[in-house]
Design a protein around this ligand. Structure first.
Ligand code: SF4
Length: 1008
């Protein structure tokens, strides 16, 4: 036992039946000391653990209830400081420029609290005391306004509770216990008011318990070990390894840290990963819980202008419970729910969600109707009903979120209290609670938000309100516990070391963390605090520049009260920044003390510590399989084939991957490069008769491998709704919009037997464009007005170019058919030549295939002559005028020419296409037209070669980086450079393998 516990045991022994009130720095510490005493065989009775605050609070509890007063929370205090700044500071004042800065509010809150603890009141003449009287004046006003806000909101802080209790005890000369002894550790730090309160309360029955002297921290020959580690994670791992490796029961160990921000998450996560039970003196951050993650995700969603990826993330992470939204006990699973949002194509923006989800619901219902018309299979019904249930639940969830989320006013402001209430409702209604931590976090968060929502409505910027709530959630901890049997106890070194456990590990003793830096308070500097202290003596404000000295004393006091074995550690490397870290000077002091040699230096210390702990355990204790394998590899020396074979033998999937990689980098074309042997013609459209589109054929010609992923395996990248604030419609949507405008306009004037004429039709074309733009704007709200205006002007520019060019172009012919679908049964067929059936394209040697598609425009040129045109909204860069088919990468014009002749014949019209090409009315296309001659033989040769790839199942990477362009599959092939070089190498190998690459070589030889 340490000295304090011994003293307590002795007093309890000599005053067995009398009431004893042990005044401890905290209830948790007091209980730990009292339990240590019992555990060591000194039973006690009639001992009560209290703190100054609990004593003060219990004295005025009734008064607080009668006056309807509540204790202010940290988040409420911060909100009130912000209100104070907004109310009192003016732009021209001393702190004026900082009045809406979050960092300033945080610092000011700490300063005000310091001043209140030191009983600096609004009456303290700050303007006179500080060099800058404006500054002093503003601080004085802010203290007064803050105190008024506490009163207005019926809130009290601990300072007020102590003040009231002191007043009461003075007035009544009241002792809380007539015969009790007040046992006060000599190490207990008390302000003069606290001391006054205790002395009056105890009326002379104070007994001071001696504690270990911090200055004598090295007086005992401590069995201290020092270890270093490569990074903080390995530091924690090594502690766990040592505990497990030495078979030490968890409840004989206490782990202390210097830096909660770094070590608490690491200990929590590694402890959970390896099933090591821990109690946490400070509790666990609520952000580790599902309710914490749900509310952070919700706030991130609001703060990103409702970016769907943030909402999808919390659905996919399974931190929200959709049962209430689904209205039944079978809500969609997390992945299905997240996929609904993706499939709805929302992207971002509050306005888009419900309309997009309604559209998706319509699509799902339509699919259900058409799919189930002929199907009696129950599985099909189940599939569709799950889809519809998922959209219903997600839609209802989103609707509820919108209902509870306040809408910012025209100045972009909301009441913080309303947003806090929304967050509280989210936690209550939708956060998933799967374990004890979730339950505690849910309660804590609701309490936190309800406290904030009880404040008067203060309107602040929407993003500021979100940031405020995020900060409050980030600072919330739950589940603080005292040591428990079977659990490691984890604590900060300043409040730890009271458990009386035999083993103590102290982490984070590198010089960057300990003893810390003595940064002064930016609001009230230390020299100003000193001046104030002279005025308010015997009270005193703490001097923040003295933090390192205070930390040094705290660690010495901690060491002085510890018994048993101590291990101190530090991280000798910052793995993120890849730089060395050094031990804290305190470790050198320890080492000198151990060696009893004040001249020992860091070199000796480091050599005594030895090799730092890393990812490979030095002992035979492994936290997981990875550590075991790494240590085997280290034991056997440099990796060699024997070891690799051993690993592959244990992990067949690794063996498979290893083989695949070896095959890929060989010069042979193998199944791992995209070769499906024995396709039996299943993917050759000449044999399977499945209609194909020009887009698919051109994709095959560009890169067979990408084609294989997209059209054979049907692997599609997730839709990217990444937001570009400068763009309203992406290239595809912009193209569809232009097509709609041109189609409506041409169909309308052709029905009146008119030809395009700029003078006559410009206003009408503009009106049609405006209608289409309005419709699209409703469907896809733009991110901002600037993006919308820019793209709107691009649409009008394209319309201008279109009409000007068409006026000239149509002098030589008559536009006849528009947007003609064929082989697309879902689309309404445009009379008279559109058709739900695909067309059969003859490719010579008695073979054909079925083509489907949609032709933008057919013009009648003479008796039986026609032209085919395709509108392109982008630039003409990718259509090479001098290339006829460009090895199949530009084949649409040739195939559509054939298709039109067949479609005309189907409706008994004679017709021959004499010209087929592309028209570029957009800004980048500058009105260019590119038409290409028809060459039947070249077309048949290219198609025969391409379909040969499908027949033989050959899907290599594109042979040339120029073919790749923008490609969604770069992450699969590892990028064009590598992929193209690999294909070239395999193309050049004309050796064995039955020449599987032959169709690819033939394609490369198609030089048009
Ligand atoms: S990036 Fe890769 S997958 Fe995409 S086209 Fe190029 S080679 Fe093919």
């Amino acid at each position: 036992m340490n000295r304090l516990a011994e003293e307590l045991a002795r007093f309890c022994d000599t005053h067995r039946l009398e009431e004893k009130i042990f005044v401890s720095p905290s209830l948790a510490i007091g209980h730990q000391i009292a339990e240590t005493v019992v555990r060591e065989g000194y039973p006690w009775i009639n001992l009560r653990i209290e703190t100054v605050h609990t004593l003060a609070h219990s004295m005025i509890e009734t008064q607080l209830v009668q006056e309807g007063l509540r204790i202010v929370s940290r988040a409420q205090a911060l909100a009130m400081v912000e209100q104070t700044c907004l109310r009192t500071l003016t732009p021209g004042g001393y702190f004026g420029k900082l009045r809406d800065q979050p960092g300033f509010h945080r610092a000011l809150k700490a300063t005000i609290e310091d001043m209140r603890v030191a009983m600096v009141s609004p009456r303290t003449p700050m303007a006179e005391l500080l060099e800058n009287s404006r500054k002093g004046h503003e601080i004085q006003i802010m203290i007064r306004v803050y105190e008024n806000s506490l009163a207005e909101n019926h809130l009290v802080d601990h300072v007020e509770i102590l003040r009231r209790a002191l007043e009461k005890v003075k007035a009544e000369d009241k002792r809380i216990s007539t015969n009790g002894f007040f046992l006060i550790p000599e190490s207990l730090e008390l302000s003069s008011h606290e001391r006054d309160f205790l002395e009056r309360l105890a009326s002379g029955r104070i007994h001071v318990l001696a504690a270990d002297d911090p200055s004598a921290w090295n007086a005992r020959a401590l069995p201290v070990q020092i270890l270093s580690a490569l990074g903080e994670e390995n530091e924690v791992r090594e502690v766990f390894r040592r505990i497990l490796g030495r078979g030490i029961e968890a409840d004989r160990v206490e782990v202390l840290y210097t830096d909660p921000t770094t070590y608490l998450p690491l200990i929590y996560e590694l402890g959970a990963q390896y099933g090591i039970n821990c109690t946490y003196a400070e509790g666990v951050p609520v952000v580790f819980s599902r309710p914490g993650q749900a509310v952070l995700g919700y706030l991130a969603w609001l703060g990103s202008d409702y970016d769907v990826s943030n909402l999808s993330r919390i659905l996919a992470a399974d931190v929200v419970d959709l049962r209430k939204a689904a209205g039944n006990e079978n809500p969609p699973g997390p992945v299905r729910a997240a996929r609904v949002l993706r499939d709805a194509g929302v992207g971002w923006g509050r306005e888009r969600y419900l309309s997009c989800l309604n559209d998706l619901m319509r699509v799902y219902r339509e699919r259900e109707r058409t799919d189930l018309q002929d199907s009696e299979i129950p599985r099909d019904r189940e599939f569709h009903s799950k889809q519809i249930n998922a959209v219903t639940a997600v839609r209802s969830f989103v609707q509820d979120l919108f209902t509870l989320t306040p809408v910012p006013d025209t100045q972009g402001r909301v009441a913080l209290s309303e947003l806090a209430l929304a967050a509280a409702l989210l936690v209550e209604k939708f956060s998933r609670r799967a374990d004890e931590l979730d339950g505690m976090a849910s309660m804590a968060l609701r309490g936190l938000f309800e406290a904030l929502s009880s404040l008067p409505a203060m309107r602040i910027g929407f993003l500021d309100a979100i940031r405020r709530l995020r900060e409050a959630v980030g600072n919330a901890y739950v589940g603080a516990q005292t040591p428990e049997p079977g659990y490691l106890h984890i604590s900060d070194f300043r409040t730890g070391g009271y458990s009386g456990r035999e083993y103590t590990f102290i982490l984070g003793l590198d010089e960057s963390r300990y003893p810390g830096t003595g940064l002064q308070d930016p609001i009230l500097l230390d020299h100003e605090r000193r001046v104030i202290n002279e005025q308010i003596a015997p009270q005193r404000l703490s001097l923040l520049g003295q933090l390192p000295q205070e930390n040094t004393v705290a660690l010495r006091a901690c060491l002085a009260r510890l018994r048993g074995r101590i291990t101190m550690s530090y991280s000798c490397r910052n793995l993120i920044e890849d730089r060395e870290q050094f031990p804290a000077p305190f470790l050198l002091d320890i080492y000198r003390s151990l060696k009893d040699d004040p001249a020992t230096d860091y070199t000796a210390l480091r050599s005594a510590i030895g090799t730092p702990a890393g990812f490979i355990p030095s002992q035979t204790t492994y936290l997981d399989e990875t550590e075991w394998w790494l240590s085997r590899l280290k034991e056997l020396g440099r990796p060699n084939e024997g070891i690799a074979a051993m690993v592959r033998a244990v992990y067949p999937w690794l063996a498979h991957g290893y083989h695949a990689q070896a095959e890929r980098i060989s010069d042979r074309f193998t199944v791992f490069d995209g070769w499906i042997k024995d396709t039996h013609g299943e993917i050759d459209p000449r044999l399977n008769r499945v209609p194909v589109s020009c887009t698919e054929i051109e994709a095959l010609a560009r890169c067979p491998f990408a084609y294989f992923l997209r059209y054979v395996l049907e692997v599609e990248p997730p839709d990217d709704y990444g937001r570009d604030p400068t763009v309203w419609l992406d290239a595809m949507a912009f193209g569809i919009l232009l097509h709609e405008i041109f189609h409506s306009f041409m169909a309308e004037i052709t029905a009146r037997e008119e030809k395009p004429n700029f003078t006559r039709h410009w206003e009408r074309l503009r009106a049609i464009a405006e209608e289409c733009i309005t419709r699209w704007r409703h469907r896809m709200p733009p991110p901002n007005l600037a993006a919308f205006t820019t793209q709107r002007s691009h649409v009008f520019a394209a319309c201008y170019t279109f009409l000007k060019d068409e006026e000239i172009h149509c002098q030589q012919g008559t536009p006849r058919y528009f947007e003609i679908p064929f082989g697309l049964p879902g689309l309404e067929s445009a009379p008279p030549i559109g058709s739900p059936d695909p067309v059969s394209i003859d490719i010579g040697e008695g073979k054909d295939f079925m083509l489907r598609g949609r032709i933008d425009r057919v013009d009648h040129k003479g008796r039986d002559e026609y032209e085919v045109w395709d509108y392109k909204s982008g630039s003409s860069r990718n259509i090479l005028e001098e290339k006829q088919l460009n090895r199949g990468r530009q084949i649409q014009h040739a195939l559509y020419a054939r298709a039109v002749e067949i479609l005309l014949a189907r409706v008994q019209k004679q017709g021959r296409v004499t010209r087929s090409g592309y028209f570029f009315p957009g800004l980048k296309g500058e009105g260019q037209r590119i038409a290409k001659p028809q060459d039947t033989l070249a077309l048949e040769k290219v198609l025969g070669t391409l379909f040969g790839l499908l027949r033989d199942g050959i899907f290599p990477y594109a042979p040339d980086p120029d073919f790749c362009g923008f490609c969604d599959y770069r992450c699969v092939c590892k990028g064009p450079e590598k992929a193209n070089a690999q294909t070239q190498m395999k193309l050049e190998n004309r050796g064995a393998d039955g020449n599987p690459f032959e169709p690819m070589r033939r394609l490369m030889d198609c030089d048009d």
